[in-house]
Design a protein around this ligand. Sequence first.
Ligand code: ZN
Length: 298
Amino acid sequence: MTIDAHIHLYPASVYENTRSWAEKWKEPYWLQCVSPSSGPTLQGWASVDQLLRDMDAAEVKQAIILGWYWENANTCYENISWQRDWIARHPDRLMAFAPFNAKGGSGSIDALKQAFECGFGGIGELNPPAQGYTYENETLDRAIALAGEHNVPVNFHVTDPTGHEYPGKIETPIDPLIALAKNHPETTFIFAHLAGMMELPQLRSLNNVYLDTAAVPLLYPRDIYQTAIESIGRDRILFGSDYPLRTFTKTQRKPDFKTHIDSLKNSGISQVDLGNIFDRNIKKILPQGRPLPNEAIS
Ligand SMILES: [Zn+2]
């Protein structure tokens, strides 16, 4: 059984009218990523029912719905309200990490506290350069400390500066991320997309840092998994797909989990490492004994 640590999800009202929705919420960066003005889009979309069918087809037991890295705190609150509904309806299959924008100040911290009360199991995906604040930000520090107090991880988007270009690509320097992980040893960090394969030996020395494999098929050849395992250790990598992104551009006509899972299984890494990546490692860092959403409401 597999736990997917990195997916995204939107209501139909968002993905059926991306342009007008993005204009209304003033989210041009998201629009550029999901619906680029030139070239084909890799973005796929799925309803929650389709998501659950695709999870079943690939024996994905649970998936973590990450929030997008919105430019506005208000959009983060809206996204949290969608996620609250999804995890309340499917508490056995779906988990949620709360989106966050430090520009919201104390309001954004309050939103995180409320989200944790509703059973959210982390914060992310964060991408400060895309969201209009810097890594050195007091409100961001408060959010990361709050995650530590609640014993939940924080997921940061990381871009490989040497990788190929794609719509919406934005630089995310690794040094400020390493500084955050060092300054917050009590908080668990997930650096998405194999941390852009940056500074993995140094990240190995930070016990509170994990990597996820989201969108890796889009970015690297298949032997990257073994390289990453050797660089950071077999207990520090989490399976993430970036569903419903179509990360196999040539073969994947609609989103699914199975293509990425099969490609990982056929990448030459050991059965033990597959087990670690597919579910053992994530189980070690997810909060235990949290109230289910339904319990929190009553
Ligand atoms: Zn990302």
